[in-house]
Every structure is written in C-alpha cells, then in structure tokens.
Design a protein around this ligand. Structure first.
Ligand code: UDP
Length: 239
C-alpha cells in the first residue's frame, strides 16, 4: 500500500445516493447520522474538512431531461436537491457537535450562505465544516466536477470520492469477476482507459489543478482511508 501523506485540508464528495441507505429514494436519517459521525472522526484527526454533496437521491437532471424536460431546467432542480441534502447533513453534523456552514453556489440567503471563496476558507480555518451545495451553480455539470472545482479553490490536499467498491477497477467488479483493482493511476490513465470513476470534466480539472483523488469504499471509515489502513486507489500525476 502507498504511503499516505499527512493531510491538512480535504474535500469529501458525498453522493446523494450515499444518503439513501437501503431506501430507494430520499434521505435516510440513520445513514446521514452515520456519515456525520464518520466526518467527526476525520475532524478529530485535526484535518480541515469541506464537503460537496450530490442530489441523485432526489433528482438527477439528465434522467428527467431524457423524459422530456428541458435539460437546463432539470439541472437547476437537481442543484436545488443538493441544497436539501446539505441541510440534512448539516443537521446531523451539528448533532455531532461540529460547527457547520452550508454554502450554496446559487444564492439563497434566507437558507444558507452564498459562495464566497475567501469566506469559505475562513470558516475552515476557524474549525467549521463547510458543505458546498448547488454544485457549480451551472447546468450541464455534475457534483463531481463541483467537488474538483471546490477542492482546487479551497487548496485541498486531496479530494475523496466514495464508491460502492474499494477503488478503481479495470471493469465493473460487480459484473466482471476478472476485474482488477488499481493501487495508483494517473489522470491520463483514467481518461485514456475510460475508467468511469468520475466524469471526464472532473478528472480533467483535477489534472489541471493537480488535485489527487482518493477513491475508496464508502463502507469504510474515512479516517481509516486517510490513515492508509484500508485499500483505495489514488489518482494523481505520474512521477
Ligand atoms: N447539477 C448541475 N450542475 C452542477 C451540479 C449538479 O446541474 O454543477 C445537477 C444535475 O442535474 C445533477 C444533479 O444536480 O444530475 C445532482 O447532482 P449529481 O447527479 O452530481 O449528484 P450525485 O450523483 O452525486 O448524487
């Protein structure tokens, strides 16, 4: 296993589906509480934490567009869904005793703060957990791209992307028993081999901003992943 550097500030991407638990849709509060406890574990390591939250458990623009809605409208609805998730996660994080701020890329000042980069950094310096909601604020993007963007803007040492398996595989390990897991990959490997861990724009942005991406199994505690105690895949620039 590769040596894990000491992280000062990290960004964790939490997909909307991670909040569903065993439900088919929506927010399962027991699951959200578990994720919040997990984030508390990372905070207790002395690491500054920010989060980007997805919305696929409530609304995904591209699938609604396929059934006839205008894509941009559907995407705005998807971004609003991420704000609901952010508020649910904030509620659970505060139960863990963590000071939290929800910051939305679409201004919604009665509900949460608008996105101001320096202000978000200041929150983290003060020990607050920052949840970035509403993706990039633009349709035709995903929250994976928002996660890379915010990780670059916040100067994060790494972006963590939780999945259903313990890293990036050569094929879908749930369908192909010959699939093998990579310990390390370059951004170029991911794009050239079309390894579908994140969308191409997110990977390209991570490459251009030199943000390493750590892909791990969501079933594992994030603190253990950061300590290098469990298997994962690191995507970064080659030597
Ligand atoms: N979305 C968008 N712009 C963004 C981020 C998200 O339009 O910058 C919309 C898009 O419709 C997407 C939805 O919000 O389907 C929810 O985000 P995503 O599918 O990335 O959530 P996840 O899969 O992580 O739950």
């Amino acid at each position: 296993m590769t040596a894990v550097p000491k992280f000062r500030r990290i960004l964790l991407k939490v997909s909307g589906e991670a909040l569903m638990g065993s439900q088919a849709y929506g927010i399962d509060h027991v699951t959200v509480d578990r994720i919040a406890a997990d984030i508390r574990g990372v905070y207790d390591l002395g690491i500054e934490v920010c989060l980007v939250i997805g919305g696929g458990n409530i609304f995904r623009g591209v699938s609604k567009a396929a059934s006839g809605m205008e894509r941009a409208t559907a995407d705005y609805m998807g971004m609003l869904a991420t704000v609901m998730n952010a508020l649910a996660l904030q509620n659970s994080l505060e139960k863990q005793g963590l000071q939290t701020r929800v910051i939305s890329a679409i201004p919604m000042t009665s509900v949460c703060e608008p996105y101001i980069r320096r202000r978000a950094i200041r929150h983290m310096e003060k020990g607050r957990v920052v949840i970035f909601a509403a993706g990039t604020g633009n349709p035709f993007f995903t929250t994976d791209t928002a996660a890379t963007l915010r990780a670059a803007e916040m100067g994060c040492d790494v972006m963590l992307k939780g999945t259903q398996v313990d890293g990036v595989y050569s094929a879908d390990p749930k369908k192909d028993p010959t699939a093998t897991r990579f310990d390390e990959l370059t951004y170029h490997d991911v794009l050239a081999q079309d390894l579908r861990v994140m969308d191409g724009s997110a990977i390209a942005l991570a490459r251009d901003s030199r943000i390493p991406i750590l892909v791990f199994n969501l079933a594992e505690p994030v603190a253990s992943v950061l300590r290098g105690e469990v298997k994962s895949t690191i995507i970064r620039e080659g030597e």
